[in-house]
Design a protein. Structure first.
Length: 143
């Protein structure tokens, strides 16, 4: 099982995007993020910051280890507030090939949802991407 643990972490990429694509479905997020996640041998977390109409305005990438990654909730929240995001989409890869979220993935995502909610930032989805398949917390009914 893969575990996602909350911890402070510096993003390896933190960029602002002007007039980015609309990410209004799980498939749109998958098509954008899969090329940078699917073949990695270590876990990576991608965070898409979105406007109210779900247009991409910023992206963060965080590096993990072979079998897990920290979920830097406070860093994600701070960036969401800094860019004025109304919502976010998370995605991370499972190099071992199982696209199902682990109990740790689910718990960390729920903690982040609880942190974002009071400041009005929505968690639209969290994708788990493996080489041959992917899952969506939204489609699984976990959000």
């Amino acid at each position: 099982m893969h575990a996602m643990r909350p911890a402070p972490d510096a993003a390896i990429v933190d960029m602002r995007v002007g007039g980015g694509p609309v990410i209004d479905r799980p498939g749109a997020a998958y098509r954008l993020l899969a090329p940078g996640l699917v073949w990695l041998r270590h876990e990576r977390l991608a965070v898409l910051h979105l406007t109210r109409d779900r247009r991409l305005i910023a992206q963060q990438l965080f590096e993990g280890r072979a079998a897990d990654i920290d979920l830097p909730a406070r860093t994600i929240l701070a960036r969401a507030l800094d860019v004025g995001a109304a919502g976010i989409v998370l995605a991370h890869n499972h190099p071992g090939g199982d696209p199902m979220p682990s109990p740790g993935d689910i718990a960390a995502t729920r903690r982040l949802v609880a942190l974002l909610g009071p400041v009005g930032v929505l968690m639209h989805d969290h994708l788990v991407i493996a080489r041959a398949d992917w899952t969506s917390f939204y489609l699984l009914g976990l959000l």
